[in-house]
Design a protein around this ligand. Sequence first.
Ligand code: ZN
Length: 221
Amino acid sequence: MTAPENFQHARVSRRTILGATAGGVLLGGLTVPTAAHAAPAPRCYTRTEWSARPPKSATQVIGKPDHIVIHHTASPNVTDYSLAAAYKVQHWIQDLHMDTNGWIDIGNQLTISRGGFLMEGRSKSLSAINNGQNVLGAQTANHNSHTIGIEHEGIYVSQDVTVALFDMSVLTCAWLCTKYGLDPHAAIVGHRDYNTTQCPGDVFYARLPELRDRVAAVLFG
Ligand SMILES: [Zn+2]
């Protein structure tokens, strides 16, 4: 779940300073291994396709992020895995963020439904990613300037994610790591690593090591 930008918290970063790695690139002390494989872009349903509301003001395009933040939406674990259901939850998120939170647009850059459909979030997110850039979102308080957020439909405090959702998260993170030159073991974090929140739920959070390993297998396997 997203949080307002001014929400205070204790930062616990998973950022790891790696030792020198053969074929790696040193970026500000962080050694990023060079991916052996470029992960392709998964099918991403655009704002036009899900009929997004226009943003209240212009989206700010910023430089590439150094972390990918994993969220859950804390909405019900629906069993309708259709594209229509994916569009429905995306509208729910956008309305919540714009009408209740008062933000300019949906806060997160990407959303994955329980049926495994990937959708563009904040305006211009898809073009920014394809250009190796990011848009300034509202998904991780105090860390929006350097992170990109993926909302995952559902609530995972006691139940597990769907296979389709997890598989699409792997493909999406691999694509983002390719676009941004990120090491999945250093870059992929849970929302709770930055803010005081249950997000993305104990069960999903416990699977982040598996997510990182599977993304690494796509990139380096
Ligand atoms: Zn969250």
